[in-house]
Design a protein. Structure first.
Length: 104
């Protein structure tokens, strides 16, 4: 299905600066229709799915490297370290540094 193709594209490209509108252009859909198809199939919006992938990869990096937050953010597709920290805190309930300290 198109939703599966879109999910596969997100899985392969989450670490780049992709946006849902970019994916919609690739598949020739209006962004709203792309979101409808994806959510109907997977019960999650593509934006939330993308964010979850980025957060999971970042959590792994936080636990397994000593790299700076900006490097981890950039590697996982976040536009800046500040945006990464904001999204991480909202998703996980603590800052990336707190997560790193508490999980090691």
């Amino acid at each position: 299905t198109y939703a599966t193709k879109i999910r596969n594209y997100i899985d392969k490209n989450y670490d780049t600066d992709i946006k849902i509108s970019d994916i919609a252009k690739i598949y020739g859909f209006h962004p709203n229709y792309l979101c409808y198809l994806f959510k109907k199939e997977f019960e999650i919006s593509p934006k939330k799915y993308l964010t979850n992938l980025r957060i999971q990869a970042s959590m792994n990096d936080l636990l397994n490297t000593d790299e700076k937050l900006d490097i981890i953010a950039n590697r996982n597709g976040f536009s800046s370290g500040n945006y990464f920290c904001k999204v991480f805190r909202k998703s996980v309930g603590m800052s990336p540094n707190e997560y790193r300290r508490n999980r090691r």
